[in-house]
Design a protein around this ligand. Structure first.
Ligand code: SF4
Length: 434
């Protein structure tokens, strides 16, 4: 395939999926046993596809709303993309909508973030309970139309730090490379809602090339974070084209991909994809996870495939009011992520995009979360709590105050149980060695 044909400027990238079952891409029985205890592997699809997990919840949902859909279709990410729920009529068929949700959907005109939910992610949503955490992250409510003071379309001033379209160069040695405006499922609190679901030029061949040229001509850039939209909505060939061009640049040491695909459309993580990705190491992945309800057998299988391909996995979670802002919820999420080899990396204070005040917690709540986790569970399960500073200041880490004062040369420190300890922090005095 020539380079130009990879850039045919579709909004929804298609691609062909032909997975051969080989010993390499068959999931390990041990993994299946530990991760997928409530659901058998679905082996009923055509022989040319790799085995794909389908949880009991997905089975029930699929049977109810897509009765003529085969397991092979449900497990095909192209089908999932094609069947995204995008309007009030489809939603009404599946969910008991509240008046608030209806009003928000009816009012949804103009440049607002479009509704988009994969059937798989819809299967995780409670049909009758509008207060359910996952439901609130993807179905709009009328609060989205209220703009609070301090909110903006681009609160992080990414556009200001963009030397060429698609590149955000804010930190000294790394860049953000926005390669698509498309996501499989749209999060209502999305920091890039100004871009996502729009018709921007991020997919045009010229834009990608400008971005690659910028990186190639800046030897200071040793780390490239590919994001969007969601880069894993791109067809394998397009993604590989991008990765191969970046890998040819000698000073690019690591490549990272930011994605929510393993969570909202785990069917995308095929053995073919992971075989391709592992050719471009060191390649890292930051997975956007919100709530323990997302930790399904399907997600487990997708992350196992990524981890088995040697891709270090980290998570990013946005702290959301009444959705995941309790220590118990976050602890369940972070410990669950660790079990599928994802290291909780960032807990973000929700960015002040337009219409997001109903999602934001006070900063004190974030500090309370960290205080409730640090020391109480494995350090690996405690991410860094950060605020991405409005105006383009970058990520600023926040920690509860563990230093409570001094006592002479001693530093007074408070531990996770609230007890105070002395640490000798005076000037260094070299004495006799005994
Ligand atoms: S997956 Fe990420 S980029 Fe896409 S809508 Fe959600 S937050 Fe925005």
């Amino acid at each position: 395939m020539d380079n130009e044909s990879l850039f045919n400027e579709e909004v929804e990238p298609p691609g062909s999926l032909t997975e051969m079952v080989t010993p390499e891409n068959n999931p390990s029985p041990v993994v299946i046993e530990t991760l997928l205890h409530d659901s058998p592997i679905d082996l009923s699809g055509p022989k040319h596809r790799a085995p794909c997990v389908k949880s009991s919840r997905s089975r029930i949902f699929c049977k109810k709303f897509y009765p003529y859909t085969t397991n092979a279709e449900w497990n095909d990410w192209h089908w999932q993309l094609h069947k995204r729920i995008r309007d009030i009529h489809s939603l009404t068929r599946m969910f008991q909508l509240t008046e608030d949700e209806r009003n928000a959907l009816v009012r949804s005109t103009g440049p607002a973030l479009p509704l988009s939910i994969t059937p798989y992610y819809a299967s995780l949503i409670d049909e009758n309970n509008a207060a359910q955490a996952l439901r609130r992250t993807v179905i709009p409510v009328i609060d989205e139309y209220f703009h609070a003071p301090g909110e903006a379309a681009d609160p992080l001033s990414e556009d200001h730090d963009s030397p060429v379209p698609g590149i955000v160069h804010r930190y000294p040695d790394r860049v953000l490379f926005l390669v698509t405006d498309f996501c499989a499922t749209n999060c209502r609190y999305c920091t890039r809602s100004r871009i996502v679901g729009g018709h921007h030029d991020l997919m045009k061949s010229g834009q990608w090339k400008k971005g690659i040229d910028y990186i190639a001509s800046h030897p200071v850039v040793r780390d490239v974070l590919i994001s969007g939209g969601d880069p894993l909505t791109l067809a394998d060939e397009k993604l590989e084209w991008l990765l191969s061009r970046l890998r040819r640049i000698p000073h690019v040491e690591i490549i990272r991909i930011g994605t929510k695909i393993p969570v909202v459309m785990p069917q995308r993580i095929t053995p073919e994809l992971t075989r391709m990705l592992k050719r471009y190491h060191p390649l890292f992945m930051s997975i956007h996870a919100t709530h323990p309800d997302e930790l399904t057998p399907e997600m487990g299988q997708a992350c196992t495939r990524l981890a088995d391909a040697g891709i270090p996995l980290g998570s990013q979670t946005v702290l959301l009011y009444d959705i995941n802002d309790s220590v118990e919820t976050l602890k369940q999420l972070f410990l669950g992520l660790l079990k599928i080899r994802i290291r909780p990396y960032y807990l973000y204070q929700c960015d002040p995009i337009f219409g997001s005040s109903h999602f934001r917690t006070p900063v004190s709540k974030g500090l309370e979360m960290i205080q409730g986790l640090r020391g109480h569970t494995s350090g690996y399960a405690v991410p860094s709590y950060v605020i991405d500073a409005p105006g383009g200041g970058g990520k600023i880490p926040l920690l509860p105050d563990y230093v409570v004062g001094r006592d002479g040369d001693d530093l007074l420190l408070k531990n996770y149980e609230g007890q105070t300890y002395h640490y000798p922090d005076g000037p260094m005095i070299l004495g006799e060695v005994h």
